[in-house]
Design a protein around this ligand. Structure first.
Ligand code: AHR
Length: 568
């Protein structure tokens, strides 16, 4: 989209309002450079929370080519592997320091029997899985744990609430977490080895898996049982009334939360759970929010063919994640609680229709362009700006699926632009999120004429059309190292053809030096393919040296940038 006189006028108006707003703030670090199109004022005196590394977590499901061929190629494959697990998958997950991996679903989880995936591979049953696939169960619980071990991440399991009894849930916990050898007995009975732990050992893993994160069902409002919030609350209480813990940390139980902005689900669930105070160890509320490639239909639109209006509309609807997070956090009813329940956004990403899948059997695989990289940056920045509310987030899904970091087919492999954004944001992890004010010309959403469905495949509720997209957005964090204070600023410029020269200032501090990395491409449709895996990749940003403690930096059109600032 070319800038017309209206948007230019709107920009000047926005800038003028911003300038006067900032002028009222005292003391302002910004001097309103006349050269600047936009301003970022970082406020180290306004900490938000520590950025949990878990905000960068992952998700894999038995679906299309995610597990088979994506993660699992088999020990005898010619494709490089570690005990059957694709080596390039492990290496890439290590490169982004994946903290947590969720499995086995998704919708698949609520028809999966974990017993099918343990024991000698040749004896495992073949079953029809949720997505219509035939699954020989070659990849099961132990293979998943070995995957986590190879990556160096924590496992996050989803219990089957729809088709298995509560007993299978607590026995799965027992199978995973009971210590080997004699288990101390809290009774006059002698300590004896636990039978499920012995079975685990016989299946190759004497040491317990020590799984902390447990999803209690998945999308129970939909594929997980079509339940009402009240029905689900009753199920949640029954499945979690007792679970073995083995003096390990309390289990981190994650209840099924809403689809998108379905606040009614969260409000009613919170009420039903608190009607009976015995909802022990509720650690997180799962939230799923997908951005459809189409403004009017879920899981539609083309991953590669889109015009400027589609581009801006998708990013505008992705930005609704901010409202999703704040609405649900408010609706949980944490007020007055000494153990606030945080959000676990364990499925997010852009979900397109058919057309760019690797091959028909790679169900839900799709291509990923610079547009998706921008969506990734916008989303991760939202999580960081709300680091006090979001405890974990899992992109859906890591490989060969909706918003993937990797695509693989046989011996062909590539990372997507989304992978690069995950990598660029690494310095934020574990740092203190701090507030930052972004002042830039807004972008009018050209397609803001239809209400937005409350959530991906939601059946209820809608949000009013969202008319504007922030012209520049991002997040800031500060870490103290042996060499002093170190600030990371990530910034997304979503304007398709407009670089934004931006004045960056830090309240109460001066910028001593700056370096940066930028992800940008000549065309927003650009993406990586098996033949051109480096078509889109980051490069060092051209960063000027600060003047009088401030930085004037130009964020290229349609780019994601991370800047590392050292403070004087
Ligand atoms: O990620 C694909 C599917 O999307 C998951 O299985 C389900 O939880 C969601 O509807």
């Amino acid at each position: 989209m070319r800038y017309n006189s209206t948007s230019r006028r709107a920009f000047l108006k926005t800038s003028a309002i911003a300038a006067s707003t900032l002028a009222l703030r005292s003391p302002s670090a910004l001097a309103q450079s006349t050269q600047a199109d936009a301003h970022i004022e970082i406020l180290p005196g306004e900490p938000i929370a520590t950025i949990a590394p878990e905000l960068y977590s992952h998700f894999i499901e038995h679906l299309g080519g995610v597990i088979y061929d994506g993660v699992w190629v088999g020990e005898n494959s010619k494709i490089a592997n570690e005990n059957g697990i694709r080596k390039s998958f492990i290496d890439t997950m290590r490169a982004v320091q994946a903290p947590v991996l969720r499995w086995p679903g998704g919708c698949f989880a609520d028809s999966y029997d974990w017993h099918d995936g343990i024991g000698p591979a040749a004896k495992r049953p073949a079953r029809t899985g949720f997505w219509g696939q035939q699954d020989n169960n070659r990849y099961g619980l132990h293979e998943f744990m070995h995957t986590c071990r190879a990556i160096g991440c924590k496992p996050y399991l989803a219990a089957n609430l729809r088709t298995l009894p509560a007993r299978d849930f607590y026995q799965l916990v027992e199978y995973c977490n009971a210590p080997s050898g004699n288990v101390p007995s809290n009774s006059a009975a002698p300590a004896v080895p636990n039978t499920l732990a012995a079975e685990r050992a016989a299946n190759g893993d004497p040491a317990p898996f020590n799984v902390d994160y447990w999803g209690v069902g998945n999308e129970s409002w939909g594929c997980g049982g079509n339940l009402t919030p009240e029905e689900y609350a009753a199920m949640y209480r029954r499945f979690t009334a007792w679970l073995p813990t083995y003096n390990h940390e309390p289990l981190k139980l994650i209840a099924v939360g809403p689809n998108g902005d379905d606040v009614d689900w969260t409000t009613r669930l919170a009420k039903s759970l608190s009607d009976n105070p015995e909802h022990r160890n509720l650690w997180g509320l799962s939230v799923h929010y997908y951005t459809s490639g189409s403004p009017t239909k879920f899981a539609a639109g083309d991953a590669l063919k889109y015009n400027d209006a589609d581009f801006y509309d998708l990013l505008t609807r992705a930005s609704i994640m901010e409202r999703v997070v704040t609405d649900h956090y408010k609706a949980i009813g944490n007020a007055g609680s000494s153990h606030p329940v945080k959000l676990v956004v364990d499925e997010w990403g852009a979900w397109y229709g058919k057309g760019t899948e690797l091959a028909p059997q790679y169900n839900l695989s799709q291509q990923s362009t610079m547009r998706d990289a921008l969506l990734t940056g916008i989303t991760l920045d939202i999580f960081q700006r709300h680091a006090d509310k979001v405890a974990m987030a899992n992109v859906a899904q890591s490989i060969n699926c909706i918003h993937s970091l990797m695509l693989a087919e046989g011996d062909k492999f590539t990372v997507t632009p989304t992978f690069h954004v995950f990598k660029m944001y690494l310095p934020h992890r574990g740092a203190q999120a701090i507030r930052a004010n972004f002042t830039a010309p807004d972008i009018a959403n050209p397609l803001a004429n239809a209400p937005i469905p409350a959530g991906g495949n939601s059946y209820m509720g809608s949000l009013p059309p969202v008319k504007t997209l922030a012209g520049l957005s991002g997040s800031a964090s500060i870490a103290t190292t042996g060499n002093g204070k170190f600030l990371t600023l990530s910034v997304v410029n979503p304007h398709i053809d407009r670089p934004l020269t931006t004045e960056i200032a830090i309240q109460g501090a001066t910028i001593a030096s700056a370096t940066g990395t930028v992800l940008v491409s000549a065309d927003v449709h650009n993406h990586n393919t098996f033949d051109h895996p480096n078509a889109v990749k980051p490069a060092p940003a051209t960063v000027a040296q600060p003047t009088a403690g401030r930085l004037l930096h130009t964020f290229p059109a349609a780019s994601v940038t991370t800047l590392q600032l050292t403070l004087a």
